[in-house]
Design a protein. Structure first.
Length: 132
């Protein structure tokens, strides 16, 4: 999950984002706390807390928001997601869940199982796996 990269063995150094990306973030999330920026390839990911929820957002160098990810209770994942996990990851539990919203309005769900992020569309249909 993007929310806490350190929990996945990925320890990335905190970085300073371009001023335009920081300004865009601060405008969208003026009350954010526990803010931590990291550079990931050509993009900037910020992990933070907003309204009591763990979140992350990805901005490009020009300050354009690419996606946001919000943690959610596993129980709130759509039934097809939970069924898929039960069938394809027998004996493993969903460690974390998140809702991903892309800049184009597309929404996906992410379930972390056995150090793998399993991605689903809004209806709960499997899309892909991302290994940590």
């Amino acid at each position: 999950m993007m929310i806490d990269l350190s929990a996945q063995g990925k320890v990335l150094p905190q970085t300073s984002p371009p001023a335009v990306a920081k300004a865009s973030f601060e405008k969208s999330y003026p009350n954010a706390s526990k803010v931590k920026w990291e550079k990931e390839n050509a993009e900037y990911e910020v992990s933070f807390t907003s309204n009591g929820k763990g979140m992350s957002a990805v901005y490009d160098a020009s300050g354009r928001l690419k996606e946001t990810e919000t943690t959610m209770p596993v129980a709130q994942l759509p039934a097809p997601v939970k069924s898929y996990i039960a069938q394809h990851y027998k004996g493993h539990k969903i460690k974390e869940a998140a809702e991903i919203k892309y800049a184009d309005g597309t929404v996906n769900y992410e379930a972390e199982v056995n150090k793998t992020d399993v991605i689903f569309d809004l209806s709960g249909k499997f899309i892909k796996e991302d290994q940590d």
